[in-house]
Design a protein. Structure first.
Lengths: 318, 318
DNA sequence: CCAGATTATACTCATTATGAGAATAATTGG
DNA sequence: CCAATTATTCTCATAATGAGTATAATCTGG
């Protein structure tokens, strides 16, 4: 066998248990939602087992088992090694492999425990669809400033302030919706989220608004949201979240729900149209009020025809 | 403990061994290079061990141990589970976690075995700096057509042709330098690379030009190249590969080496300048011929100031 | 059946980004 | 000084983007 598998003289090669964790996203009337278990404080997950044909199959099996939900689109997010578990007999590594899954929030006939929760329940500062949420300037800004000042003097203090300003758009900077993870990490570092002080005796400041999760699940969720917010811009993945037939406005609302920002309606239309991502069904909505909207479906064929982009998010000012 | 860690009734939770694999990239006079071991047919790798503080540390340790090379910038690429190994007593899973690392190809005082190899040795069809390589239209196109025709009739045959055309830019389509992995996978599927027929008794067609690697290392390399080609466009990672001080042309050549395409010199300059990614050192080159070029260094400060893009690759024709 | 109200869809316009090429500048080697 | 060579600066046409306005097709209440 090649050099690849040889063991170093000094090291002890140690087997690890492998955990699969899923960020399952759908967009419902409650907004952008994530599939949770255990009283909405955990993501579906479970160990990778011998019976699983592959990582993806293992993940699908666990999600279905725990939530009754079948997954469609899946992509890998990140792999990390937890710190060694303490309190167990043998030192044992745990490798966690996380995935992002996109689906529609229907057919729910499974076990209990599962629930769709808006991801803004966990990250209330991430929803800028009606402008920056008050809590950003009312709470976060001052708390982060305090944290920066704790750094004493200037090399570090300035740096902390700047990081906060970039991440949260302070001092007249633009809000960048993709920095979900950086923002969470900043709040974690500043001990403004509950999980940051969990294991230690470090004093937790008064908790920030926003639901928490077990272990590092909220961090994984942040990773998933960040990935999705980035990905919708260069790959047509939104359609994984749409029903087979939809109006432009519905599509737009979905993009807005995900990105947490509003987009400019005519420009959004132009963008989708000029890429020929959708085609008319011929039908129109028989809704309540206003001019009826044409119905469209995703042109799956584009995926075969060429390398396609998503939507560049033509943004609006508040 | 939460639902996360409970085991299913039926499954056998099975520990796995974890392998770390590195795609270490530098740009030398030989062009874009990858660090190899074992006679240039393997990537540096080794098991994740108890002594390793984290996945990244484990990776660094292995690369240093096998090649004497210290790593700087690292990012995770992908995690996959090998098929169960056959011929071993117990069924054992192997999880491989691959990383992309960027460095400069200097200080090499380490063990033997290591070597920098141009990545175009492994993927000769990927270098389009002097236009499409002859082998693309001379060899690949006809072989891929043959493979498409093997599919018999039309639903599948058409699809194969189209995939090949998109990936390799046949029929007057544009070459997309980011599709490294898709191209490799297509060639693998068509059994045009040696490793595709390794385990089976399936007849290998005459091998394509291009060096091979053990196991799936060439595939991992393709993943790394693809990631890097994509990433230089939206994050200023090229500078990880540059010496502390450099000219615009050197920077340009590096970008070209990585992307496998030529860029338009004045526009490239404009792009870098307007983003203020570099600053003059005040010095100029004392080279041989022509007007001396100003020397620049990367403005590390930009990373703190704002979210920065890379370079959008202002392309040239041929 | 008409006047708002309401939503959908189509245009227009200014500004910026991008791709391409030409022009000018500073060297070296005769 | 001239030709060759590389660096650097400009110009220009075209495309992409952000923003706003105008028109179209409905419904509701009078």
């Amino acid at each position: 066998m090649p050099a690849t598998t040889k063991k170093s003289a000094s090291g002890k090669a140690q087997d690890a248990s492998v955990d699969l964790i899923a960020v399952v996203v759908a967009v419902t009337d409650q907004g952008p939602s994530v599939l949770t278990v255990g009283g909405a404080n955990a993501l579906p997950s479970g160990p990778f087992e011998l019976g699983h044909r592959s990582l993806q199959f293992g993940l699908r099996a666990w999600v279905e088992h725990q939530t009754g939900h079948q997954l469609g689109y899946i992509e890998q997010l990140y792999t990390f090694a937890d710190r060694d578990r303490i309190g167990e007999q043998r030192q044992q590594r745990v490798i966690s492999i996380s995935y992002l899954a996109l689906t529609r929030a229907e057919h729910a006939a499974g076990p209990s425990m599962r629930a769709w929760r808006s991801w803004y329940d966990y990250f209330p500062w991430e929803d800028h669809r009606s402008g920056a949420p008050p809590m950003v300037s009312d709470i976060l800004q001052s708390r982060l400033l305090t944290w920066a000042d704790e750094a004493g003097h200037d090399p570090l203090r300035r740096e902390r302030r700047q990081r906060a300003a970039i991440a949260f758009g302070f001092d007249g900077r633009d809000w960048n919706e993709e920095l979900v993870l950086q923002r969470y990490e900043l709040l974690y570092e500043a001990a403004l989220v509950e999980e940051a002080t969990r294991g230690s005796e470090r004093s937790a400041s008064l908790p920030l608004p926003g639901a928490t999760m077990i272990a590092d699940h909220r961090r994984i969720l942040a990773t998933g949201i960040a990935r999705l917010r980035s990905k919708i811009k260069y790959r047509p993945v939104v359609f994984e979240l749409m029903p087979p037939v939809f109006t432009f406005l519905q599509l737009q609302r979905t993009v807005e729900a995900l990105s947490g920002r509003l987009v400019h309606k005519p420009n959004f239309r132009r963008l989708i149209e000029q890429q020929e991502l959708v085609e008319e069904t011929g039908e129109t909505t028989a809704d309540t009020v206003g001019r009826p909207a044409k119905l469209f479906r995703f042109r799956h064929a584009v995926l075969d025809e060429r390398v396609v982009a998503g939507t560049k998010l033509p943004l609006s000012r508040a």
